[in-house]
Design a protein around this ligand. Structure first.
Ligand code: 2U9
Length: 360
């Protein structure tokens, strides 16, 4: 038969154990051992049934008292442990107000990425979709479909990176322009087509101002009556939006490309302002891009009827546009991955380019 003396000894033991519990897990184990279904106090209370009424008269209140006291000791210890855990966490989360408000954001958008985003925003506003394609191309999509005659200098090694010959002797190339993307689009989709094709292109000639890999954005419109006037309008609007100027003095100089007829190069007026250039007006001409009406052979090579469909295209070097707009005169720096240069010329990734708040 359990005695009150034993209850006192048990209370002392349990109270000491509760006080010594180092974390909430240990405390929970203790609670179960004492007050759980098969807990020591619970089992004693179940033994009340076998006692005489006199004994139960004594042990009932004694056991209830013990159960309540151990229960509140456990609850108090739990609260103390939770408070201690919170302090510990807060200590690690303590905000050192002497620290800069938010550690300066690490990393920035490369100027080429920024310009690519600005171009996508500008042309999306004119209804152009972005189309992409593989960097490794075959001879048809990179040359033949674009009306490059056999033996055209652009086809040979000093201009183009050739991959190891395939089993069938054909050789893939690293694309020398993003025009294959437009070819694939014209072969996959019926007109009207309004796309821009941004991406990396590869040319096997590098020097002070040329790198083996650089970035281009080309554009294409194919429908039934698109003409040179539309082309000039789109390009002049592009220049105004990109260089954030209302004045765009430009000229279209006749040129030749195998994939456009007639072809032209677009120049815009500019003037030097300190070490920057102000595009749009001035006393000098700056060549910005090449363009032209898509050659009927190219339209036919894509399975479209050149008597029914016509269109125009243009191409521009993105790295060069970035240098014109944001300075950083040496193209090689664009590929040198110098974090100081990137920190200086980079753009905050938080400021998305958009026409409303100004592109840059
Ligand atoms: C198709 C038909 C025609 C794309 C064009 C240019 C003119 C051009 C240069 C600009 C600077 C290359 O990066 S650069 O050196 N590109 O001048 N590109 S017209 O003409 C196309 C493309 C696709 C189906």
């Amino acid at each position: 038969m359990t005695t009150t003396g034993e209850l006192d000894a048990l209370e002392t033991e349990l109270t000491a154990a509760v006080g010594a519990a180092s974390d909430e897990g240990a405390l929970e184990t203790l609670r179960v051992e004492a007050l759980g279904k098969k807990g020591r106090i619970s089992l004693m209370m179940r033994s009340l049934g076998q006692m005489s009424p006199e004994e139960r008269q004594v042990m009932g209140p004694a056991l209830n008292g013990l159960k309540d006291r151990i229960g509140s000791a456990i609850a108090a210890r739990k609260a103390a442990l939770e408070a201690k855990a919170l302090d510990a966490r807060l200590a690690t989360e303590r905000a050192d107000v002497t620290l800069p408000v938010r550690n300066e954001p690490k990393g920035a958008l490369h100027p080429v990425t920024q310009v690519m985003e600005e171009l996508a925003v500008i042309f999306a506003d004119m209804g152009f979709e972005v189309a992409e394609g593989p960097d490794v191309e075959d001879d048809f999509h990179n040359f033949t479909a674009l009306n490059f005659p056999e033996g055209h200098p652009a086809r040979d090694t000093h201009d183009t990176f050739f991959m190891k010959p395939e089993s069938d002797g054909s050789q893939k190339v690293l694309r020398t322009h993003t025009s294959p993307v437009q070819i694939r689009t014209m072969m996959e989709r019926k007109p009207p087509i309004r796309i821009i094709a941004p991406g990396r292109v590869y040319r096997c000639d590098w020097d002070q101002t040329h790198t083996p890999m650089f970035h281009q954005v080309e554009g294409l419109v194919i429908d039934k009556e698109a003409h040179m006037g539309h082309l000039k309008g789109i390009l002049i609007d592009f220049i105004a939006a990109f260089f954030e100027t209302d004045v765009v003095e430009s000229r279209f100089r006749p040129h030749h490309f195998p994939f456009t007829e007639p072809s032209a190069e677009m120049d815009v007026r500019y003037e030097r302002v300190g070490d920057a250039v102000k595009i749009g007006s001035g006393d000098q001409w700056m060549e910005i891009l090449g363009c032209g009406m898509v050659h009927p052979n190219v339209i036919a090579n894509c399975g479209l009827d050149p008597d029914e469909f016509q269109g125009f295209a243009w191409g521009m070097g993105v790295d060069r546009l970035a240098m014109l707009k944001y300075g950083a005169p040496d193209l090689r720096d664009y590929f040198a991955n110098d974090v100081r240069w990137l920190a200086h010329y980079g753009f905050s990734p938080l400021l998305q380019a958009n026409l409303a708040s100004g592109l840059s």
